[in-house]
Design a protein around this ligand. Sequence first.
Ligand SMILES: CC(C)(COP(=O)(O)OP(=O)(O)OC[C@H]1O[C@@H](n2cnc3c(N)ncnc32)[C@H](O)[C@@H]1OP(=O)(O)O)[C@@H](O)C(=O)NCCC(=O)NCCS
Length: 194
Amino acid sequence: MNGVIVTTERLTVRNWAETDRDLFHEINSDPEVMAYFPFRRTRPQSDALFDRIRSTIGETGYGFFAIALSHDDRPIGFCGLARTDLEPVLPDGTVEIGWRLARPHWGKGYVTEAATGLIRHGFTTCGLEEIVAFAVKDNARSIAVMERIGMAADPARDFDHPRVPATHPHLVRHAFYAIRRAAWRQRMAAGIGR
Ligand SMILES: CC(C)(COP(=O)(O)OP(=O)(O)OC[C@H]1O[C@@H](n2cnc3c(N)ncnc32)[C@H](O)[C@@H]1OP(=O)(O)O)[C@@H](O)C(=O)NCCC(=O)NCCS
């Protein structure tokens, strides 16, 4: 299939299809999914972002990819390897892994499965040295994913997110996690998280 980045036992991680726009808007406007973000997106804002992400993925191979259930190709959320644009807070060339899942699909291990496949893709096909992740400190479900996939906290790199407005002070501080290729190889050699 065109635009497929990774396949796993239950999932296809791929570029976005035209028919995914409803799901993309759902995950960008649901208050529970967006609890740790300072904004919600209207349908036109969501469609504009959808177009930008889809073309970035097509042009660079990086971005927040759609996750679809393999058996019917239904989209359920996103998980991606994306180049950050938070200079000078994060240096140019940093690649983050990030995720967002529609509420009915939480609690089934889908993001852990997609992220495990993408970490492999990042360290093998893309030849990355390090993959990072960050989240609002209270976002326990997201941080639990980071820990399940073998990322380690690096508190010295915790940071205040420059795009969170002063109206949302509780969303400013971000916990920083990372995994380096050598550590990932050790996990693989030990048979962890394959
Ligand atoms: C962050 C988010 C993607 C995590 O979703 P999630 O469903 O908790 O994560 P996973 O898909 O990895 O599933 C793990 C859960 O499924 C359970 N599970 C079931 N089958 C599993 C399997 N085969 N493998 C792993 N976990 C499994 C785990 O026990 C865990 O449940 P628990 O936390 O209730 O104990 C989701 O909460 C979300 O979209 N949040 C809003 C957006 C957001 O904050 N994004 C991150 C911004 S930094």
